[in-house]
Design a protein around this ligand. Structure first.
Ligand SMILES: *[C@@H]1O[C@H](CO)[C@@H](O)[C@H](O)[C@H]1NC(C)=O
Ligand SMILES: *[C@@H]1O[C@H](CO)[C@@H](O)[C@H](O)[C@H]1NC(C)=O
Ligand SMILES: *[C@@H]1O[C@H](CO)[C@@H](O)[C@H](O)[C@H]1NC(C)=O
Ligand SMILES: *[C@@H]1O[C@H](CO)[C@@H](O)[C@H](O)[C@H]1NC(C)=O
Ligand SMILES: *[C@@H]1O[C@H](CO)[C@@H](O)[C@H](O)[C@H]1NC(C)=O
Ligand SMILES: *[C@@H]1O[C@H](CO)[C@@H](O)[C@H](O)[C@H]1NC(C)=O
Ligand SMILES: *[C@@H]1O[C@H](CO)[C@@H](O)[C@H](O)[C@H]1NC(C)=O
Ligand SMILES: *[C@@H]1O[C@H](CO)[C@@H](O)[C@H](O)[C@H]1NC(C)=O
Ligand SMILES: *[C@@H]1O[C@H](CO)[C@@H](O)[C@H](O)[C@H]1NC(C)=O
Length: 568
């Protein structure tokens, strides 16, 4: 590892610095992605546009190991601007690569731009997706694996094979049509079906293919499951098979055996499945929570677990799961997902070496997600502020102008709800190297899920109704799991702790796509005034400019309307 002393005073460009850091252990991975809107791929047999990467939906696997340096040269051959975000990859000291509207200028149609990021001190299962313009509803997502380095033991025997399984709800309409209806009809727009790895359900009238996994009797497999959808949580299960939960978003969990697993939007899990049944085919099912799918037509995602010697196709009804309206059992399962304190982490110390039992909190945010009408449009809000996305990324404003003139820091109400819903550019200070408690409150009767970029957070509690400080006495501060997306149950709350040791401009958002698209997000600015580039990276040398910094020769990104009416 290059020492800060060696670097101090040198003007090291970010790429060079990144290379120096990476050479300490990881390798360079070079990827080139051609991103297009494809009208022929058709996961279900309706006419629609799907975002493919190198002709694939889901996109290609990023197969990295801890500390690798990943270069992704993205060619935007769509007809609108594009950004990718790397859900759960922490972009240590480097929010420049985070790929959300507050950190990066979009890649314009016909242009390319190369992301360079390190999978520093991470392991686990993640996925990427397009972050702006509701494009995630058109696909463009794909799996990320960060493998353990050879010197760090994995806390279970090596599986026979690993399967990436991206499951997500899907609209029959093209994303741009759905997007255009959002401002007036957000409350009633819901997806139509669930896809598994971009394929329609087995046996569904509109499916032309279904997903199938071939296994050998007696062997054990790792499934890396992500919810890449836009709205629905799903219950995942495999007919006649148990699953052993082993990992979630970069944390090895206590290994618990389950019949089924709830996965919420934006979350990733690994489970081990042993092919311990008769040679046959079995259903793999993902059914939505809080939706009654006993209606004809069906909504469930359905794939097949195929034993290599099987001569028996799947038949009969799908295996039943828990009552999709029984959220108490879902909460109980969530509470049982614990950190394995003795398993090794990405670094040679055990996971439990980071102990939250008696941390001192520096900040407490209480963030209430709700659906509001603002100036005649349906919007989603946090504490009654609906985020207004600027064409000038906040991170650029920080770099060139220390933020001034573009956004105002810290006017956002972090622990109260404004009396009237309004637009605003919500940017709040997160105290560098302080512990923050984030309490997510869900005032809606639908599931929500919150995600913080730049960090893993400790999931300490779930509860019903309103949160109050007395809830802390029931927190799990012994072995809370660390992850980056937490579900929030209807009319309930979830609480997490995070240690803000990663300077940068970090997006805190609802993973529910329409909530996010319509304003349920804010940014946490974690500022370290030490100019040493080993503390926070300088911008990359291919930095894109836009908004008020736009290069005159480029087409400026258009400003969304209406203008912000609150905050400033
Ligand atoms: C991913 O990378 C690891 C480590 O280099 C390698 O062992 C494995 O075969 C790769 N898997 C795939 C699917 O490329
Ligand atoms: C665009 O792609 C070219 C060719 O691969 C590459 O040399 C160049 O660095 C890329 N541009 C950016 C901004 O990443
Ligand atoms: C969506 O995009 C397609 C293809 O670019 C276009 O034909 C269609 O008019 C668009 N629809 C809306 C509602 O913008
Ligand atoms: C689900 O639908 C079935 C059949 O239409 C109905 O009998 C049942 O009551 C519904 N359940 C809920 C929770 O809405
Ligand atoms: C925790 O991980 C260790 C390996 O480091 C493993 O031996 C143990 O079984 C795991 N414990 C649980 C409860 O899963
Ligand atoms: C965490 O620290 C507390 C107090 O310092 C200690 O009592 C507890 O055993 C530790 N927990 C773990 C899991 O190591
Ligand atoms: C817990 O608090 C005690 C006393 O304040 C301190 O000595 C100890 O290091 C703390 N433990 C952790 C894990 O922070
Ligand atoms: C930049 O902004 C931060 C926080 O708003 C402030 O503490 C700092 O003094 C500013 N620096 C300069 C050079 O204006
Ligand atoms: C949020 O704003 C709405 C509409 O402006 C208002 O009716 C509601 O009372 C506000 N919520 C709170 C908790 O003040």
């Amino acid at each position: 590892m290059a020492s800060p002393g060696y670097l101090r005073g040198l003007t090291v460009c970010a790429a060079l610095l990144a290379v120096i850091l990476a050479r300490a252990s990881g390798i360079d991975i070079f990827l080139e992605w051609n991103v297009v809107l494809d009208n022929t791929i058709r996961p279900v047999t309706v006419e629609q546009s799907v975002i493919t990467i190198n002709g694939m939906f889901p996109g290609p696997l990023i197969n990295a190991t801890t500390n690798d340096l990943v270069h992704v040269n993205v060619f935007n051959n769509m007809d609108e601007p594009l950004l990718f975000t790397w859900n759960g990859i922490q972009q240590r000291l480097n929010s420049w690569q985070d790929g959300v509207s507050g950190t990066n200028c979009p890649i314009q149609p016909g242009k390319n731009w190369t992301y360079v990021f390190q999978t520093k001190d991470q392991i686990g299962s993640y996925f990427y997706f397009p972050s702006i313009n509701f494009q995630k509803a058109a696909g463009g997502y794909g799996p990320i694996r960060v493998n353990n380095r050879n010197v760090i033991a994995v806390p279970f025997p090596k599986p026979e094979a690993e399967f990436d399984l991206l499951i997500g709800d899907w609209f029959y309409d093209s994303y741009n049509k759905t997007r255009s209806m959002m401002a007036s009809m957000a409350n009633i727009i819901t997806p139509d079906v669930i896809l598994m790895n971009g394929k329609g359900p087995y046996g569904h009238s509109l499916s032309k293919a279904y997903e199938s996994f071939t296994v050998t009797q007696g062997k054990t497999y790792r499934f890396r499951i992500s919810n890449a959808g836009s709205a629905f949580s799903f219950n995942f299960r495999i007919q006649n098979h148990k699953m052993v939960l082993v990992e979630t978003e970069g944390s090895y969990t206590n290994q618990i055996t389950m019949d089924s697993l709830d996965v919420h939007v934006g979350q990733s899990y690994s489970v081990l499945v042993t092919a311990d049944q008769n040679d046959a085919d079995y259903y793999v099912v993902a059914s939505p929570l809080l939706l009654n799918t006993s209606s004809p037509g069906g909504f469930d995602g359905v794939g097949v677990l195929h034993y290599s010697n099987s001569l028996t196709p799947v038949n009969g009804p799908l295996p039943g799961g828990p009552d999709p309206f029984d959220l108490d059992s879902s909460v109980n399962q969530a509470r049982s997902v614990r950190w394995n304190l003795t398993a090794g982490a990405a670094r040679p110390n055990r996971q439990g070496a980071f102990n939250v039992t008696n941390v001192t909190l520096s900040q407490n945010f209480i963030l209430d997600g709700s659906n509001q009408e603002i100036e005649g449009a349906q919007r989603y809000a946090v504490n009654n502020v609906s985020y207004y996305s600027l064409s000038t990324p906040l991170k650029l404003a920080d770099h060139f102008l220390n933020g001034s003139g573009v956004y105002q820091l810290d006017w956002f109400p972090v622990d109260s709800v404004n009396a009237k819903a309004a637009y605003g550019v919500s940017v709040v200070t997160g105290i560098h190297k302080g512990w923050i408690e984030l309490v997510f409150v869900n005032s809606l009767n639908t599931m929500d899920a919150w995600h913080l970029d730049g960090y893993g957070f400790y999931v300490v509690g779930f509860g019903n109704g309103l949160w109050g400080p007395e809830a802390r006495k029931d927190y799990n501060i012994y072995d809370p799991v660390v992850r980056s997306t937490v579900q929030v149950y209807p009319n309930g709350w979830a609480a997490v702790y995070a240690f803000l040791d990663n300077p940068g401009m970090w997006n805190l958002r609802s993973q529910s796509l329409k909530n996010w698209y319509l304003g349920q997000e804010l940014y946490i600015r974690v500022f370290d005034d030490d100019p040493n580039p080993a503390k926070e990276r300088p911008p990359p040398n291919n930095l894109l400019l836009c908004g008020i910094f736009a290069d005159e020769s480029e087409a400026p990104a258009s400003e969304p309307s209406p203008a912000p009416s609150s905050g400033w």
